[in-house]
Design a protein around this ligand. Structure first.
Ligand code: D41
Length: 688
């Protein structure tokens, strides 16, 4: 055998052993023998550099660390999954599927574990891995190709018949760490005097987000495939379960626990069975996922905002643990709400160590009869804030003391008052209260408000405590000197923050209204107000009756708005923002739906990955855009999908902006078809 044949043989052998070990979990070679093959291949390749290929198993670790990860737009959006917490929610899901498809009998589903990892997408061109990216916000993620290549369970090229490889294929799945690997990694961390990781998920996330692929390569990461994004030049199986089998044949790890089940009974049976086996599985899971098996039927059901109608995650019940309640303290939220927080003896629950749990409010403390010194059951579901579920009364020590809700704000000393039919006690200090001021500033800067990156709680804490910033307008007077003097703020971060503050001056009326933090005015109400009134002046001048003309604004919301606008210091704060140089379009541009997209002309061409042509047209029109059949100089955007033809060429000739579905969805969500996020007060982290 010549060197060239030997090289080919060694590559195939090493790939096969990787597959045996990482995919089939059935190694057939001793480590020392594997290492020998590997070193022999390395030696032959360095003797024959002309034979080197980047999909050789020796080429998994590239040597150069990155300065930062590049952003990548996903060719088709990586959707999110809706959750079901109980059997009734699963029954409702199954009913919606049957109604949507107009089917009476039992539906065939594919069921699989829900890995508690990080979603990524792997792009293969002509069978070779060319890119790997994190899910990010679903539209854009980070390019972590160099890191994902180091996972030996991820094939660098597809297995099987090369003539049947797709021209282009995106495999989606989760990156995670097996529990046993996590234990070993943590032991190694402690031996090296480094901080252990909190749980396998954090360890996996931290390892994947390393700028130096050599670090990632030293971490035992695994990948499991759960689906496919783009697939060009291939006929895929007709079912999701068939698709997973195909992925397995191409060399990808897929969950061994996957199964085709039938009807609601099949779903619930699967959930119960996997729930039983959960502790014995090699990885952490937080539930199971059900997907309508028939891919054509999936297409017919489509999507609601960013989640498919054809799939759902059935979560396991919250985990509980028992610990001592050491104290109850008060946290003051953005709206002045005083939330009692239980300070706990550290306890490990649901994969993290918890030291704080919410007690919600005074009434809840009475109802559960929680006292300081009690032994309590703490509950944590997924990434939800932990709460005190109940007290173990038989273990109550003598002298366990009742908690008394304060009558003054513990932060600013203002009166704390409880509204007539409210369960919440609120500090009446408003923005005089430093706690409320901090929260108000954090809200003002948050992503969906003014989007000032880098203005986090540590910075705000110092800015307020040192009396550098009192109102949002003060942010626009900050200079490098003030910022660079803060603790843990390097000059580079200070400059970045100043740039982010400057950038936020160009905003929109809905964002500004939302950023003001008026009680009961979330993102979607802010948008409705902007549409209806068209200017801040008109909102400030509106009476209850005028306010209630706005969709979904009732007496309570109207009163909150009027109260806010009636406060002289709020009016003053708004005037200062204008004076600081904030600008936002008003009048027609703000009033009409969609703002930025109003009147913009779109042309659709080719097959979009997830949206039908009708749905895409409707969504564009919903925000005030127009859809036209042909491309001209008046066209603003051409939305191109697979097999786009002459319209795409024409767009390129005319220099019209061409976007893909992911970009379109982002434009649409910026223009106001997105959903509002809740803004509940959360006790300060889960602690460690
Ligand atoms: O195991 C998982 N975590 C998992 C995540 C899974 N088994 N299946 C998934 N399927 C989807 C759809 C149906 C939307 C393609 C997912 C996810 N999505 C997902 N992971 C993270 C966000 C969404």
């Amino acid at each position: 055998m010549g060197d060239s044949e030997r090289i080919a043989f060694l590559r195939t052998e090493i790939d096969r052993h990787n597959h045996q070990y990482y995919v089939l979990d059935a190694p057939t070679i001793a480590d020392a023998d594997y290492d020998r093959l590997f070193r022999e291949l390395q030696a032959l390749e360095s003797a024959h550099p002309e034979l080197l290929r980047d999909d050789s198993p020796t080429q998994r670790v590239g040597a150069t660390p990155l300065a930062e990860f590049a952003a990548v737009a996903h060719a088709t959006p990586m959707l999110s999954l809706n959750n079901a917490f109980g059997d009734d929610e699963v029954a409702a899901f199954d009913r919606r599927v049957r109604e949507g498809l107009e089917i009476d009998g039992d539906i065939g589903y594919s069921a699989e574990p829900k890995f508690d990892g990080l979603a990524v997408g792997l792009v293969y061109e002509n069978g070779r891995l060319v890119r790997g990216a994190t899910r990010g916000d679903g539209a854009t993620g980070e390019d972590v190709t160099g890191n994902l290549r180091t996972l030996r369970g991820i094939p660098l090229h597809l297995h099987g018949d090369a003539t049947a490889w797709p021209a282009r294929l995106e495999v989606r799945g989760e990156v995670l760490m097996l529990r046993r690997d996590f234990e070993r990694l943590n032991a190694r961390q402690s031996d090296n005097g480094e901080k252990p990781f909190v749980n396998p998920r954090n360890a996996a996330a931290g390892s994947l987000r390393q700028l130096d692929p050599r670090v990632t390569a030293s971490r035992p990461l695994r990948f499991f495939a759960y689906g496919v994004g783009v697939a060009e030049g291939v006929v895929l199986p007709a079912t999701h379960s068939g698709l997973l089998d195909r992925l397995a044949a191409w060399g990808f790890p897929v969950a061994a626990e996957r199964r085709r089940v039938s009807g609601l009974a099949g779903l619930l049976g699967y959930h119960a069975e996997i729930g039983q086996r959960r502790a014995d599985l090699p990885y952490d899971i937080d539930g199971v996922v059900y997907k309508l098996d028939e891919l054509a039927a999936q297409q017919r059901l489509g999507f609601v905002s960013r989640a498919p109608r054809f799939a759902i995650a059935h979560k396991f019940p919250a985990e509980e643990a028992i610990t001592a309640l050491l104290d109850i303290t008060i946290q003051v939220g953005r709206t002045g709400a005083l939330t009692p927080v239980a300070r706990l003896a550290p306890v490990f629950v649901g994969g993290v160590t918890v030291t704080n749990a919410t007690l919600h409010n005074e009434d809840e403390i009475r109802r559960k009869d929680v006292r300081i010194g009690d032994t309590v059951v703490v509950r944590r579901a997924g990434d939800v804030i932990p709460e005190v579920a109940r007290v173990q009364l038989d273990r109550r020590p003598e002298g366990a003391s009742e908690f008394v809700m304060p009558t003054v704000c513990p932060v600013c000393g203002s009166q704390a008052v409880r509204g007539a039919d409210e369960s919440v006690v609120r500090c009446s200090g408003g923005l005089y209260c430093p706690a409320q001021r901090k929260q108000a500033l954090l809200h003002f800067a948050s992503r969906r408000a003014m989007d000032i990156e880098g203005l986090g709680d540590k910075v705000v804490e110092q800015l307020v405590d040192n009396a550098i910033v009192r109102t949002p307008a003060d942010l626009y007077r900050l200079g490098l000197l003030a910022l660079a003097n803060l603790e843990r703020m390097a000059e580079k971060s200070a400059n970045n923050l100043l740039a982010a503050i400057e950038k936020s001056k160009q905003t929109t009326l809905p964002r500004l209204i939302f950023a003001l933090g008026i009680r009961n005015v979330g993102e979607s109400t802010a948008r409705d107000l902007a549409r209806h009134f068209g200017s801040l002046e008109r909102i400030l001048a509106a009476d209850d009756e005028q306010l209630m003309q706005v969709p979904d604004v009732g007496p309570i919301v109207a009163q909150s708005i009027r109260q806010f606008c009636g406060e002289p210091h709020n009016r003053e704060a708004i005037a200062q923002l204008r004076a600081a140089g904030l600008v936002w379009p008003e009048g027609e541009a703000a009033r009409s739906p969609g703002g930025a997209l109003t009147g913009k002309v779109f042309v659709l061409t080719g097959t979009l990955p997830t949206l039908s042509r009708d749905t895409a047209s409707q969504m564009i029109q919903d925000v005030g855009g127009k859809v036209s059949a042909s491309v001209s100089k008046k066209t603003d955007f051409v939305v191109a999908g697979a097999e786009a033809g002459s319209k795409l060429e024409k767009a390129r000739t005319l220099g019209v902006t061409v976007i893909d579905e992911a970009r379109l969805l982002r434009l649409l969500s910026d223009a106001g078809s997105g959903e509002a996020e809740s803004d509940k007060a959360a006790p300060g982290g889960t602690g460690a």
